[in-house]
Design a binder for this molecule. Structure first.
Ligand code: GRF
Length: 193
């Protein structure tokens, strides 16, 4: 029996280094899946260049062009179902997912966040942790629910950092993210969770 390859969509708003880590792992067989769609809510974002390089179909939209979150999420659900997407991986997607998308992809939307959740939710997690005087930093992958950076945790990775170079720290955290996301997606598609 031929097993169907798992089909992923990645949602991103910015640079897309996590998208690239996922796409690369799919390409070289470390993840037995394919990225069939990149969804981006920021026209001009760097992730779009990366998607082009990997030959991933992109859908770019501006939320302001829609009357509501429900309106654009209805369109997204339609596109995702048309492409038979199994899982959605949020990778720097700077929006709260609404009930329309959550309802159609229950337990099939995951996110990566640059802190040891539930500490330091939100858009400035690394800076917030530094400001708090944290010494053990980390990364979390988790299922997505209707709350900001909420939902059940899948994996975590940690690093001890006592320096004061935020750029160096951010790069170290990104490296952990790229490996952790690959590991978590594998768990997900192999139903090891
Ligand atoms: C990552 O730090 C991720 O954890 C957070 O947003 C950032 C996205 O980075 N949710 P990139 O666009 O994947 O480089």
């Amino acid at each position: 029996m031929v097993m169907k390859k798992c089909r992923l969509a990645v949602f991103a708003s910015g640079s897309g280094s996590n998208y690239e880590a996922i796409a690369e792992a799919c390409r070289d067989g470390r993840i037995d899946a394919e990225v069939v769609l990149l969804v981006c809510d920021k026209p001009g974002a760097k992730v779009l260049e990366r998607a082009q390089r990997f030959g991933t179909e992109s859908f770019v939209f501006n939320p302001k062009d829609y009357e509501s979150k429900a309106a654009y999420e209805t369109l997204l659900v339609h596109m995702l179902e048309e492409r038979k997407v199994d899982y959605i991986c949020l990778a720097g997607y700077m929006r709260i997912v609404g009930p329309v998308l959550l309802g159609s992809f229950e337990q099939r939307i995951v996110n990566i966040h640059p802190s040891l959740l539930p500490s330091f939710k939100g858009a400035h997690a690394i800076q917030d942790a530094v400001d708090y005087g944290v010494k053990i930093f980390g990364v979390t992958t988790h299922f997505v629910d209707e709350t900001l950076d909420g939902g059940r945790i899948i994996d975590q990775g940690a690093i001890v950092y006592e320096g004061n170079d935020i750029e160096e720290l951010t790069n170290l955290i990104h490296k952990i993210e790229h490996n952790l996301y690959v590991k978590s997606i594998n768990k997900l598609i192999n139903k090891k969770f």
